[in-house]
Design a protein around this ligand. Structure first.
Ligand code: F6P
Length: 373
């Protein structure tokens, strides 16, 4: 069945997003009469009619490139930045969908993409998503496009930092992205042989980290590598915010205190990942020189790995097949080596964190890595 399909990339970019666009585009356009309309810069492009007719030549040469040829940003239909203020423009996005005469809309991205698609689905639009994020934090997926590439980059960074840490007898802390989930940090930490791995799922004790480092120094290992997730948080901070929330609710009650609780949540998120502060405190606890490297956007840039190119092609072509079958309201999920559809309402607004009994956590502990707990 020939359809007119809109497509956009939204949220943080990720290696392999172009490969996924290529796979969807080539497979969808192979059906006679199908049209693909790309919106530039995510939902802002949909709102402002920044539209490009996507035809086969656009998909040549992009399998291996980083970034997204469509451009992206963090706007969501109900949270669009206009003149330095966020506005809810969901009804305008729906109107744009209708005025373009779309039969469906494909959203590529991480958590933001799933949340926005969930919202539009509830408003009655035909939406389908592909999980593309370095964070690997989308529920009901084995992995996401971009995770493997970022894992390789982070592991290589840890390898390189090892030799300089050894030469200078230093602690080197490497901060790795991942928001509220520690997949990238744990995976890269294991692959790079980090001595300490700190993830948001396991709040850390500074004394435990220091003890692990000093125990290494006592047997002649005068350097240590720490992989820390940007969302890692200390036990003392967790306790402080829990107390503050309890006190707030006791004094104001759950209705009046809701606003302050939300502000406390936001402050707690900012308090997480304070890697420079962690470095200063570790240096004074251990007496060892401590340096920090923040990998940041290096993890999101550049060419996708072969594994991500294959995954993007697998998910993208499956997405085109589901579009052809008129299956909407779903995410195209890599599961058990194959591809399945997962209803968007089981994904939107949720985060896949690392379960406490996950094999990676057991493995890290068994090889003597400190998780700071
Ligand atoms: O969502 C992917 C991600 O890379 C997170 O790991 C990180 O917290 C965030 O993007 C940073 O995003 P921004 O581009 O908005 O600074």
């Amino acid at each position: 069945m020939a359809q007119k399909i809109g497509i956009l990339t939204t949220g943080g970019d990720s290696p392999g997003i172009n490969a996924a666009l290529r796979a969807i585009g080539k497979a969808a356009l192979s059906v006679e009469g199908t049209r693909l309309i790309g919106f530039q810069d995510g939902f802002a492009g949909m709102l402002n009619s920044m539209v490009v007719e996507m035809e086969n030549p656009m998909f040549s040469g992009i399998l291996t490139t980083g970034g997204t040829i469509l451009g992206t940003n963090r706007d969501r239909p109900d949270h669009i930045l206009i003149n330095s203020k966020y506005e809810n423009r969901t009804s305008d996005i729906i109107a744009a969908y209708r005025s373009h005469g779309l039969d469906g809309l494909v959203c590529l991205g991480g958590g933001d993409a799933q949340d926005s698609a969930g919202l539009l689905m509830r408003e009655g639009l035909n939406v389908i998503t592909v999980p593309v994020t370095i964070d690997n934090d989308i529920p009901h997926t084995d992995t996401s496009v971009g995770f493997n590439t970022a894992l390789e980059v982070a592991a290589e960074a840890i390898d390189r930092l090892h030799s300089t840490a050894i030469s200078h007898h230093r602690i080197i802390i490497v901060e790795i992205m991942g928001r509220e989930s520690g997949w990238l940090t744990l995976g890269a930490g294991i692959a790079g042989g980090a001595d300490v791995i700190l993830i948001p799922e396991i709040p850390y004790h500074l004394e435990k980290i220091s003890a692990a480092i000093l125990a290494r120094a006592a047997i002649g290992k005068r350097f240590s590598l720490i992989a820390v997730s940007e969302g890692a948080i200390s036990v003392e901070n967790v306790e402080f915010f829990e107390n503050a929330r309890r006190t707030n609710l006791r004094i104001r009650g759950s209705r009046d205190g809701a606003d302050i609780s939300a502000r406390l949540d936001a402050i707690e998120k900012r308090a997480a990942g304070d890697t420079l502060h962690l470095a200063n405190r570790l240096e004074s606890f251990t007496g060892l020189q401590t340096r920090v490297t923040i990998l940041g956007y290096l993890l999101r840039g550049g060419a996708p790995s072969a594994v991500d190119r294959v995954l993007a092609t697998q998910l993208g072509t499956a997405c085109a097949k589901f579009i052809q079958q008129g299956q909407y309201g779903v995410m195209v999920a890599p599961r058990g080596g194959g591809v399945e559809t997962v209803p968007l309402d089981q994904v939107a607004g949720m985060v896949k964190t690392i379960p406490a009994d996950h094999a990676w956590i057991h493995g890290a502990r068994l090889v003597g890595t400190s998780l700071g707990d």
